[in-house]
Design a protein around this ligand. Sequence first.
Ligand SMILES: Cc1cc2nc3c(=O)[nH]c(=O)nc-3n(C[C@H](O)[C@H](O)[C@H](O)COP(=O)(O)O)c2cc1C
Ligand code: SF4
Length: 792
Amino acid sequence: MAGVCQKTDPLQGSFRGRPGVKFDDVVELWHENRTPLILCALVLLAATRVYIRNKGELKPSKALPKESQSTSVTEDAKRRSNVVITGRINTTGPDGPRRIKGGVVKKPVAEDKVYHDKSRPVKVLIFFSSVTTKTEKIAKQYLATLSRSAAQLSQDTGRRVLKPEVHDLADIDFEDFFVSPAKSAENAYLFYLFLLPSYNIDTINDTLLQHLEETHHDFRIDTAPLASLLGYSVFGFGDKEGWPDEAEGYCFQAKELDRWMSKLTARKRAYPVGMGDMRGNHVERFDEWALGIQEVIAHVARNGSLGEGVPGSGDAVESDGEDVVDEDDGEVLFEDEASGGEKGSSRPLDDVEDLGRMLRTSANKPSTNSKKAPLAVDFTSYGWSTKKRTQVAPVIKEMVAKNSPTYAALTKQGYSIVGSHSGVKICRWTKSALRGRGSCYKYSLYGINSHQCMETTPSLSCSNKCVFCWRHGTNPVGTTWRWVVDPPEMIFEGVKEGHYKKIRMLRGVPGVRAERYAEALKIRHCALSLVGEPIFYPHINEFLAMLHAERISSFLVCNAQHPDQLAALKAVTQLYVSIDASNKDSLRKIDRPLHRDFWERFQTCLDILREKRFRHRTVFRLTLVKGFNVEDEAEGYAQLVERGLPCFVEVKGVTYCGTSTSSNAGLSMSNVPFYWEVCEFVNALEKRLKDKGLRYGIAAEHAHSCCILLASERFSVNGRWHTHIDYTKFFELLEERGPDGDWTPEDYMGEPTPEWALWGNGGFDPRDARVDRKGRKIENVVVREAPPPDSW
Ligand SMILES: Cc1cc2nc3c(=O)[nH]c(=O)nc-3n(C[C@H](O)[C@H](O)[C@H](O)COP(=O)(O)O)c2cc1C
Ligand code: SF4
């Protein structure tokens, strides 16, 4: 034994082959002389460094490369360096320690920047877990469906889509699939799908989730080692009888899996996580999800990436950041642009027929950089004129030319500009509803699904400059239409396209619900209230007809400054006028109208609304701005209601946007009323209305938006409020009787207003959870009364 030790222990042998010099001698020598030796070595090192520095020859350290080095790398080399060289992990056994082989792993880059080889086929792997075999059966059926469609997909996309594979999570080694993408014999790009039932007991699901978590946190492995997958999506099964909602654990593991996969793939969520109740709607929900998956696979096969909005293939759209400023719809106005000053330079257009000529003219000439004076079209008065027309064909400008600062400002704020004067934008409630975080007040009050609602305007221009406009930047203002007029077909197609494009961009956003996403791909409502004045657009009636032909409801908000257009307006589902003040002075201060006869126009609009009240659902919208239009104005508003007799009065606290427009107008947070202040006002208004013998009552509320609805008792049947709309009936009436047809708002009154939306119950959508900006759940607390003075 001693012999073996001597042979194997280097400390016991001869030193580096020099006979006679023992290792012990060297150690002793070292101990005797180590201090002078170390000092000498240090002096030598310092001297060498000083010498090199003085000669200016200090080379960058190889261990710590300088940043500038990396910038000199060619683009190509950069791309190559970004390829993930993921280490394979082997285990010495099921319980043995993990060992990593392989090189340095770099952060993955977005897929669109990585070369995608279209000659490589695409393959789908379906993973499932199942304890009581239901999911297993579904997975196998789904495999058969996907296998059948693979051939069709290959044919449609011109890309080889291989037969999919299915894997029971209990049978596979996770290392083979989830540390890096699985090996494919055909060298295929892979797409992962998961069908996962949730279990609050220990199952293979827990092992998988733990594995994914460990992989993500393992410092030796890239945090996103599955980034080279084409995409992934999860469908969860649960049981609503035992776990009624997500807060109680419904489908909780599917959501968790979705989160880990998002991290491991660098957010390659190809489709929102779907959820199905095994005792309820699971077939329907699964079919919807599967349909969406089919479309995504086709897209990815064609293009090699997931498409816009999904990280890894386009710009990620995370809506949280936008939520702060992007508040609600409503007629919103911009700071006046230079165009506002272009007055009096040209003749008025005498009749609407001239618009066609304007359009033709503009089509033939470059309009954007024209120096000629624009044509003023007074759309505030209709009718044939006897005035002689000049013969000179004018050059007409575009309202929002592509190269204008207005265009840049609006697109930066998220608007898609359609043609030259229309816009579409996804409102924050649409995003919120897609994520199950609540819908806008129109869901509570009228049954509008926010995720199926398109917010648009055919006229970005307006004739007011309201102080509470929450869109910042510049936009055209004016009392006359003096721009090119785009045809309604073009606007209609353009706004739909812009809306759907933005909806699709939300596909990869965390928390988007599969069923809502699928529903969102069918617009059902249109809020014509984005910015500008929709009835300013000369072809508004044709545009409305197009919406209605596709059974899209119309909520049109106008600013009560265009009586002629209001009178000529055909059927809309709900017609609003903004009532921003109760008297002339207040209106001037708050709306800052451009028309000199603004008060007369305003009053005429109320009279028109009164006439229309048995044809249209008419609404007064009051926006309360503390210090401007609230105090002591209840009586004034009651008089306006008496004049217009609208079906509904919507009262809403202003939302402060902090723009220059608002601060220039002296607006600050202190002008935003508390909900209890809005409640106090509404109570006061209701009382005044009752005192005048007007039969209105407080019907519903959406406390989250500081919004309360007063309704005419025409909409109270047997003591129950019916503020919701029967949209199908509206279209039936319209199709049967035409846009001038004879019917009343009561004819398309919907079911009773749901209990939760009634005044006193808050109006929170019970399907959804309220969350704060970080996604944490928050309680719905409604304060309807002024807090006691000592609580301030
Ligand atoms: C013990 C047990 C625990 C469960 N826990 C949950 C749960 O936490 N959340 C949920 O949504 N469903 C839960 N479920 C319901 C199952 O997810 C559901 O029945 C599923 O369809 C089972 O799929 P399988 O037959 O493929 O195993 C549970 C079911 C059982 C039997
Ligand atoms: S009505 Fe439509 S556009 Fe307006 S806030 Fe609601 S969801 Fe948004």
